[in-house]
Design a protein. Structure first.
Length: 118
Protein backbone atom coordinates (compact mmCIF):
# COMPACT_ATOMS: atom_id res chain seq x y z
CA UNK A 1 0.00 0.00 0.00
CA UNK A 2 1.28 3.47 -0.87
CA UNK A 3 0.93 6.64 1.10
CA UNK A 4 0.47 10.01 -0.51
CA UNK A 5 1.91 13.28 0.72
CA UNK A 6 1.00 16.52 -0.93
CA UNK A 7 1.56 20.15 -0.08
CA UNK A 8 -0.82 22.91 -0.96
CA UNK A 9 -0.51 26.44 0.29
CA UNK A 10 0.36 29.84 -0.96
CA UNK A 11 0.31 32.68 1.52
CA UNK A 12 0.18 36.17 0.13
CA UNK A 13 0.83 39.12 2.43
CA UNK A 14 -0.27 42.11 0.35
CA UNK A 15 1.75 44.67 2.32
CA UNK A 16 5.07 42.87 2.03
CA UNK A 17 4.48 40.47 -0.89
CA UNK A 18 5.43 37.36 1.08
CA UNK A 19 4.85 34.16 -0.88
CA UNK A 20 5.19 30.56 0.36
CA UNK A 21 5.65 27.95 -2.38
CA UNK A 22 5.62 24.27 -1.58
CA UNK A 23 6.81 21.02 -3.16
CA UNK A 24 4.81 19.05 -5.71
CA UNK A 25 2.77 16.03 -4.50
CA UNK A 26 4.81 12.91 -3.79
CA UNK A 27 3.92 9.28 -3.24
CA UNK A 28 6.12 6.87 -1.27
CA UNK A 29 5.92 3.42 0.30
CA UNK A 30 5.42 2.91 4.05
CA UNK A 31 8.74 2.86 5.88
CA UNK A 32 10.30 5.28 3.39
CA UNK A 33 11.71 8.73 4.05
CA UNK A 34 10.69 11.98 2.40
CA UNK A 35 11.67 15.64 2.59
CA UNK A 36 9.24 18.41 1.69
CA UNK A 37 10.29 21.99 1.06
CA UNK A 38 8.53 25.30 1.53
CA UNK A 39 10.30 28.10 -0.36
CA UNK A 40 9.63 31.58 1.02
CA UNK A 41 9.91 34.78 -0.99
CA UNK A 42 9.74 38.31 0.38
CA UNK A 43 11.08 37.71 3.88
CA UNK A 44 13.83 35.81 5.66
CA UNK A 45 12.76 32.46 7.06
CA UNK A 46 15.62 32.56 9.57
CA UNK A 47 13.85 35.25 11.63
CA UNK A 48 10.31 33.79 11.32
CA UNK A 49 8.30 31.39 13.45
CA UNK A 50 7.37 28.59 11.04
CA UNK A 51 4.87 25.74 11.25
CA UNK A 52 4.01 22.46 9.56
CA UNK A 53 0.36 21.38 9.62
CA UNK A 54 -1.35 18.49 7.85
CA UNK A 55 -4.84 17.38 6.90
CA UNK A 56 -5.53 13.68 6.43
CA UNK A 57 -8.35 12.69 4.04
CA UNK A 58 -11.73 13.36 5.66
CA UNK A 59 -10.18 14.84 8.82
CA UNK A 60 -9.47 18.25 10.29
CA UNK A 61 -6.17 20.10 10.43
CA UNK A 62 -3.46 18.64 12.66
CA UNK A 63 -0.64 20.82 13.97
CA UNK A 64 2.71 19.05 13.63
CA UNK A 65 5.64 21.38 14.19
CA UNK A 66 6.45 24.82 15.53
CA UNK A 67 10.01 25.77 14.53
CA UNK A 68 12.10 28.86 15.10
CA UNK A 69 15.55 27.34 15.60
CA UNK A 70 17.23 24.04 16.52
CA UNK A 71 16.81 25.00 20.19
CA UNK A 72 13.38 26.69 19.93
CA UNK A 73 10.87 24.23 18.49
CA UNK A 74 8.06 21.87 19.40
CA UNK A 75 6.78 18.66 17.80
CA UNK A 76 3.42 16.88 18.07
CA UNK A 77 3.67 13.57 19.92
CA UNK A 78 2.33 11.72 16.84
CA UNK A 79 5.50 12.53 14.86
CA UNK A 80 8.17 13.06 17.51
CA UNK A 81 11.26 11.02 16.72
CA UNK A 82 10.20 10.45 13.09
CA UNK A 83 9.81 13.96 11.69
CA UNK A 84 12.19 16.89 12.05
CA UNK A 85 12.20 20.42 10.69
CA UNK A 86 14.96 22.73 9.56
CA UNK A 87 15.29 26.02 7.74
CA UNK A 88 17.74 28.36 6.09
CA UNK A 89 17.28 31.95 4.97
CA UNK A 90 14.71 31.15 2.27
CA UNK A 91 13.46 27.57 2.80
CA UNK A 92 11.62 25.62 5.48
CA UNK A 93 11.86 21.82 5.39
CA UNK A 94 10.16 18.84 6.96
CA UNK A 95 12.22 15.63 7.02
CA UNK A 96 9.99 12.57 7.47
CA UNK A 97 11.29 9.07 8.23
CA UNK A 98 9.60 5.72 8.85
CA UNK A 99 6.48 6.96 7.06
CA UNK A 100 3.21 5.18 7.83
CA UNK A 101 -0.06 4.87 5.94
CA UNK A 102 -1.66 7.19 8.51
CA UNK A 103 0.82 9.92 7.52
CA UNK A 104 -1.10 10.25 4.23
CA UNK A 105 -2.20 13.88 4.15
CA UNK A 106 -1.95 17.28 2.59
CA UNK A 107 0.97 19.03 4.33
CA UNK A 108 0.93 22.80 4.77
CA UNK A 109 3.68 25.16 5.81
CA UNK A 110 2.76 28.39 7.55
CA UNK A 111 4.54 31.49 8.74
CA UNK A 112 3.68 33.47 11.86
CA UNK A 113 2.54 36.90 10.67
CA UNK A 114 2.20 38.45 14.14
CA UNK A 115 4.81 41.02 15.04
CA UNK A 116 5.98 41.72 18.55
CA UNK A 117 6.33 45.26 19.84
CA UNK A 118 8.04 46.27 23.07
Amino acid sequence: MDLFCTLQNKEYDVKTAIILRQSDPQQVKPGASLQLQCAVEGTSVSSSNMYWIRQAPGKGLEWLIYYYSPTDNNYASSIKGRFTASKDTSNFYIHMTDLRVDDTAVYYCARDTASETN
